[in-house]
Design a protein around this ligand. Structure first.
Ligand code: HEM
Length: 414
């Protein structure tokens, strides 16, 4: 019967996409795995349908280098993200576009630099904070403690920039702020704020934009660095031979007394390589979606303006054609034959191009000083009864990929 048949047919004209698109094949928590699997069939540049929204996925070093670095501007917008749609819409840095993004990003960077990001004033704050962190670790007297301890130090660096002071680790407000950041990272896709964005004509230096930018730095600058520290300690427990080499280098070059300083990264190549390999292996962000600000011509295709783009960082940091043993933790990835630090172009942990991480130099300094500073003072081992082999290196995939919860023992080296 014709009427019945029509009911199930689309009207003439272009056929709308099915409601779920390719979502039925997407592993929501490990989207990177799905995309890398699809790349085996469709190559390093393909379209994926997130429901009705199309996204272009970029796989591996070459495609991402071509798009994010060489065609920088063409892929430099941020795609809308459910987590931020309602409460950050076009405010702050991470989720904004156009003039708001350009001016707010420039402003944020200049403020961070004025306050000493990547320079001596911030270095002093980090070294100061390291003493508190090491005191907390030491207070457990070699007994097992939870990895949450490593979440305490890095927020204080961001907060001291934003609020002008550090907080004691047991300060209820500090705990609350850390808890909120943790919730935001976990509850992706469930925005709290309900206010609708109507500010198309609003100016950029508003209180709302200030709050949004502060929020961006709080979330962008704390969870990322502290999760990386958790990876670092877990990996040191898992690979005691690597930990031993880190210990030896620190002991031989700067000794066990004077706290490390940023300049030391030039004379501690093994520590620097370990820090980079922790970031590569830990791969804490699968991707942050970009989009095309205009119609873009790429590899012979036209990508329409406003198309979401997935620069899949996992596929670069684990690119089999670039790394000797991508799925293994191997600090040699960042060392040359003479044991000197080897800068790798494929290191995309902070992304590259127009949207490159605003806090990269701050994060690098924090990671280097906290990792070497903790390992200068302690040997990290699994708690009694927990074997090294049983330590799970699989991530807990939220907005970021942090290690699964673990306990650790820290024995003083002095
Ligand atoms: C281990 C630490 C960190 C890692 C691995 C990291 C990684 C990243 C990545 C991959 C992006 C996305 C870039 C893109 O869209 O292409 C990003 C953006 C961003 N990060 Fe970081 N980040 C870290 C620490 C920080 C810190 C300490 C801050 C600030 C205090 C920060 C602030 C930001 C901001 C504001 C953006 C948005 C940039 C934009 O959209 O223009 N991040 N970060």
């Amino acid at each position: 019967d014709q009427t019945k048949k029509n009911k199930y047919h689309f009207p003439p004209g272009p056929r709308p996409l099915p409601l779920i698109g390719n979502m039925h094949i997407l592993d929501i928590k490990r989207q990177d795995y799905t995309f890398m699997e699809l790349a085996k069939t469709y190559g390093t540049f393909f379209t994926f349908h997130f429901g009705r929204a199309k996204a272009v996925v970029l796989i591996g070093y070459e495609a991402n280098q071509e798009a994010l670095v060489k065609a920088n501007y063409d892929f430099g917008d941020r795609a809308p993200m459910p987590i931020a749609d309602d409460f950050q819409k076009n405010h702050g840095v991470i989720f904004s576009n156009g003039e708001t993004w350009k001016i707010t990003r420039r402003f944020t960077l200049s403020i961070l630099r004025d306050l000493g990001m990547g320079k001596r004033p911030i270095e002093e704050r980090i070294i100061n904070e390291l003493q508190y962190l090491n005191a907390l670790i030491g207070s457990h007297n070699g007994k097992p403690f939870n990895e949450k301890v490593f979440y305490n130090a890095t927020p204080n660096i961001t907060f001291s920039i934003l609020f002008g002071r550090r907080f004691d680790y047991d300060n209820p407000n500090y705990k609350k702020m850390i808890g909120i950041i943790d919730d935001v990272v976990k509850l992706t896709g469930q925005p709290e704020a309900k206010e609708k964005a109507t500010e198309t004509t609003e100016k950029i230096f508003t209180e709302k934009n200030l709050l949004a930018s502060t929020f961006d730095l709080m979330v962008g600058g704390t969870e990322t660095t502290s999760s990386t520290l958790k990876w670092a300690i877990l990996l040191m427990m898992k690979y005691p031979d690597v930990q031993k080499k880190v210990h030896d280098e620190i002991e031989n070059v700067i000794g066990l007394e004077r706290p490390p300083k940023w300049e030391d990264h030039k004379v501690l190549p093994y520590c620097l390589a370990v820090m980079h390999e922790v970031q590569r292996f830990g791969n804490i962000l699968q991707y942050l979606p970009h989009s095309t600000p205009t119609d873009v011509s790429f590899r012979g295709y036209t990508i329409p303006k406003g198309t979401a783009v997935v620069p899949l960082f996992t596929s670069i940091l684990y690119d089999e054609s670039k790394w000797e043993s991508p799925r293994e933790f191997n600090p040699n990835h960042f060392l040359d034959a003479d044991g000197k630090f080897l800068k790798r172009d494929e290191f995309f942990a902070f992304s590259k191009g127009r949207r490159v991480c605003v806090g990269e130099s701050l994060a690098r300094m924090e990671l280097f000083l906290f990792i070497t500073g903790m390992l200068q003072k302690f040997t990290f081992t699994p708690p009694p009864g927990v074997s090294r082999e049983s330590l799970d290196l699989g991530p807990e995939a939220f907005f970021t990929m942090r290690p699964k919860e673990y306990n650790v023992c820290a024995t003083p080296r002095l």
